[in-house]
Design a protein around this ligand. Structure first.
Ligand code: GUN
Length: 289
């Protein structure tokens, strides 16, 4: 038996800082060239505690990057018509190049209808029908921030994707499905596993690249990981002691993988960084029309 080789830990905080520095320099260039800073509007309805923290983080990140932010904080009781009116107002506002409606929305609001009402060129979450279509067609468009950040992590680590077997665990519209399409676009052979997958261990054992986006603490065991695999953990779960845990059993997985991300400090910091990057992309497209 040779000595165990530990995986290289992909540093999401450092790569997010790199992306944010690129964004800051692009924002300054746009402001100098067009006389207007790139602008992002963030809409929050109600007081969901996680949403309060996320929205605060997004607004702070804008300020640090030289992106103008427009915060729309609406009461829990906001009707669908009122929310649609806010979205339509932001769609028309020339200072605003990106609009993000923080999810989840209160019960009386339909997220689908709100997402469909967003101007496609301002849909920096990439959740709307136009951008979803562009991704599935392999055409340029705004890509959902979390999977887009996972791809950037793999690229920065130098992980080759073409020809590899990639496994996405989880089929959400926000992460799993767009992640699978991004990997397909990069010529990986892609499998999507989910709660009804017959033998998750066997799927993981075959995969050269594993993207874990299930939302169940340490459901993916380290012993399942194929030696030399790249493992990206999107999970953010609270353990029994309140500790933040990923979807992957980190320590055991790191003994088999070649590359792995931690929770926290992996994918988490990338989501906001890629949102800022998408806002730059949206601003450039709108200002050079
Ligand atoms: N809630 C949790 N994740 C997200 C996200 O990526 N975008 C939005 N708008 N809401 C979220």
């Amino acid at each position: 038996m040779g000595a165990t080789r530990q995986a290289v830990v992909i540093d999401g905080k450092a790569i997010a800082a790199l992306v944010r520095a690129e964004v800051a320099s692009a924002a300054a260039e746009i402001a100098a060239k067009h006389g207007i800073a790139p602008g992002l509007a963030v809409v929050r309805v109600g007081e969901d505690p996680a949403s309060v923290i996320y929205v605060r983080g997004k607004i702070k990140a804008c300020a640090e990057a030289g992106i103008a932010s427009f915060e729309r904080l609406l009461p829990e009781s906001t009707t669908q018509a009122q929310l649609l009116a806010v979205v339509n107002d932001l769609n028309r506002d020339a200072r605003v190049h990106g609009v993000l409606v923080q999810l989840p929305l209160p019960r009386q609001n339909s997220a689908d209808a709100i997402i469909e009402a967003l101007a496609p060129e301002k849909d920096v979450d990439g959740f709307g029908p136009r951008n979803t279509y562009l991704l599935s067609a392999g055409r340029p468009g705004l890509r959902p921030c979390t999977p887009w950040g996972c791809l950037r992590l793999l690229d920065e680590a130098g992980v080759k994707l073409a020809g590899t077997r990639a496994l996405v665990v989880g089929r959400s519209n926000i992460v799993g499905k767009p992640m699978a399409q991004l990997l397909l676009e990069r010529n990986a052979t892609v499998t999507i596993a989910h709660s009804r997958t017959a033998d998750l261990a066997a799927e993981v054992a075959r995969a050269d690249v594993v993207i874990a986006a299930v939302g169940k603490a340490e459901i993916i065991k380290g012993s399942w990981i194929k030696p030399g695999a790249a493992v990206i953990d999107v999970g953010m779960n609270r353990g029994p002691d309140g500790k933040l845990l990923g979807d992957v059993e980190f320590a055991a997985a790191a003994e088999r993988a070649a590359f792995i991300t931690r929770v926290p400090g992996g994918v988490g910091p990338m989501t906001i960084a890629m949102l800022l990057a998408n806002t730059i992309e949206a601003a450039r497209a709108q200002l050079t029309k």
